[in-house]
Design a protein around this ligand. Structure first.
Ligand SMILES: NC(=O)c1ccc[n+]([C@@H]2O[C@H](COP(=O)([O-])OP(=O)(O)OC[C@H]3O[C@@H](n4cnc5c(N)ncnc54)[C@H](OP(=O)(O)O)[C@@H]3O)[C@@H](O)[C@H]2O)c1
Length: 181
């Protein structure tokens, strides 16, 4: 059964983008050619799930489109499709979405972001692994990695990996939500 995996970079103060959606502060860290394990990770994934905010940024920056995967976009709006991409729009329950994807594919599910969607999946107890790349930059303000959570979520740290550029990979497994204990 495919795992739901978050694989995301955040500033030291917990932001995934500047307020205007700018993520160019990440560019300096990929300039060395280090891919932070992304290539290997993406090979295990069959489906990407993302919120409308992240999808709209991918439309504006087509190099970010995940063309090799089936993409599910969470939205209540009618958004444009990219020709040649396998994209579905979803506005129903998240457990139902995960169940549907698991029927379609045995591969892992890449929960791309952004913060609103990741937080909602965590809240619903649907995330199997979190791979957080903590970037040594303090943005001061921006789009938060975690937002709108009305309960505490505990995670178990299962791995750490420092990179020469100063990024640290933190790998977590969320504890079961209270309703599932
Ligand atoms: N640093 C990184 O590695 C990284 C990774 C991914 C994303 N990002 C950045 O994150 C930013 C977007 O993050 P975000 O938190 O603002 O937005 P988001 O989570 O990408 O999208 C939120 C939107 O998704 C829709 N949605 C539908 N169902 C939902 C549900 N059940 N729960 C939550 N949202 C649902 C809503 O849009 P509708 O109004 O259409 O319904 C909501 O406004 C972008 O700037 C992107 O570039 C950074």
């Amino acid at each position: 059964m495919g795992k739901v995996i978050v694989f995301i970079a955040a500033s030291l103060d917990g932001f995934i983008a500047r307020k205007d959606d700018d993520i160019s502060w990440l560019d300096a860290f990929s300039a060395s050619g280090e891919d932070y394990g992304f290539g290997k990770f993406i090979q295990s994934a069959g489906t990407a799930v993302m919120g409308a905010g992240t999808y709209e940024q991918s439309l504006a920056h087509p190099e970010r489109l995940l063309k090799g995967l089936k993409n599910y976009i969470l939205t209540s709006r009618s958004l444009p499709r990219v020709p040649g991409m396998n994209t579905e729009f979803w506005h129903d329950s998240l457990p139902a979405l995960v169940g549907k994807i698991r029927q379609e594919s045995e591969r892992d599910i890449y929960l791309v972001g952004g913060g609103q969607v990741i937080s909602r999946f965590l809240y619903e107890g649907l995330v199997d692994e979190v791979h957080l790349f903590l970037v040594p930059v303090i943005l001061g303000e921006g789009i938060p990695l975690f937002t709108g959570l009305s309960r505490e979520i505990s995670l178990q740290l299962v791995g750490t990996l420092p990179y020469p550029a100063g990024i640290v990979r933190l790998q977590y497994v969320p504890e079961p939500s209270p309703s599932k204990r």
